[in-house]
Design a protein around this ligand. Structure first.
Ligand code: FES
Length: 236
């Protein structure tokens, strides 16, 4: 019965997630132009078997499942793509077309969404590699320097870290599941950490989108530099 243009909010989700999905898939299968000088694309980090000694395909395919699983099972993205791609439901207070018994995420395959917290743990391991990559981007042939790519990689890893720290699962693990902080071990520190994470968590949707865009643009920048389409500007 909603008379406003509720479907308008689905369009950017369809466009952005669709465009990112197509671009990331093409890039993951491309297996080329993923590094230049000290820069390494986040789609290929950590870089495993780049010389194809035992893995004949693109190295990105060896690691893709982890960042992909983290995003796909994210509570915010679930809401976004259930609405935009499955119209299930299409929006708040808009009924579904098909009648079916609501089972939440208790049956296969949606029960797999509960793996999110494990993807979060893996995500932190990936962040260590991405911070290492950002650090390495400050060194050109053994000398300290800063190029546009350095700043792009640094900005990207900061946003990816912010996105991970604003995760609902992390907030739950740190303190959300407690009824009484003063009764729990390390209650004081957990309460402090929970309050900080709650501040980030309030903007989880924003960080989800910005980090998605920056990770795609970081890869695109490195691809353009590596393929010779543009030149990396050295700032220092
Ligand atoms: S809920 Fe979105 S990353 Fe965990």
């Amino acid at each position: 019965m909603r008379r406003d243009a509720w479907w308008l909010e689905l369009l950017p989700v369809i466009f952005l997630l669709g465009a990112f999905g197509i671009y990331a898939t093409l890039r993951a299968f491309e297996g080329n132009y993923y590094e230049w000088g000290p820069y390494l694309s986040p789609f290929y980090s950590p870089l495993i078997d780049p010389h194809h000694r035992w893995w004949p395909f693109s190295p990105a395919l060896l690691i893709l499942i982890w960042p992909l699983g983290f995003r796909v099972t994210c509570y915010y993205y679930r809401k976004a793509y259930y609405r935009a791609f499955f119209l299930d439901p299409p929006a708040c207070a808009v009924s579904e077309h098909r009648k079916h018994r609501y089972r939440g995420e208790t049956g296969f395959p949606f029960i797999l969404q509960n793996l999110h917290r494990y993807f979060l743990y893996a995500g932190f391991i990936f962040l260590i590699f991405l911070w290492r990559d950002a650090f390495r981007a400050f060194f050109f042939d053994g000398r300290i320097g800063v190029g546009v790519g350095t700043l792009v990689m640094l900005f990207n890893v900061i946003l990816l870290t912010t996105y991970a720290l604003s995760c609902h699962s992390l907030r739950h693990i740190v303190g959300g599941k407690l009824d009484c902080f003063s009764c729990a071990a390390f209650g004081g520190s957990r309460h402090k950490a929970w309050r900080w994470l709650s501040l980030l968590n309030e903007r989880h949707m924003l960080y989800a989108w910005i980090s998605l865009i920056t990770v795609g643009l970081t890869d695109l920048y490195i691809r353009l530099v590596a393929s010779g389409a543009i030149t990396d500007l050295r700032l220092l």
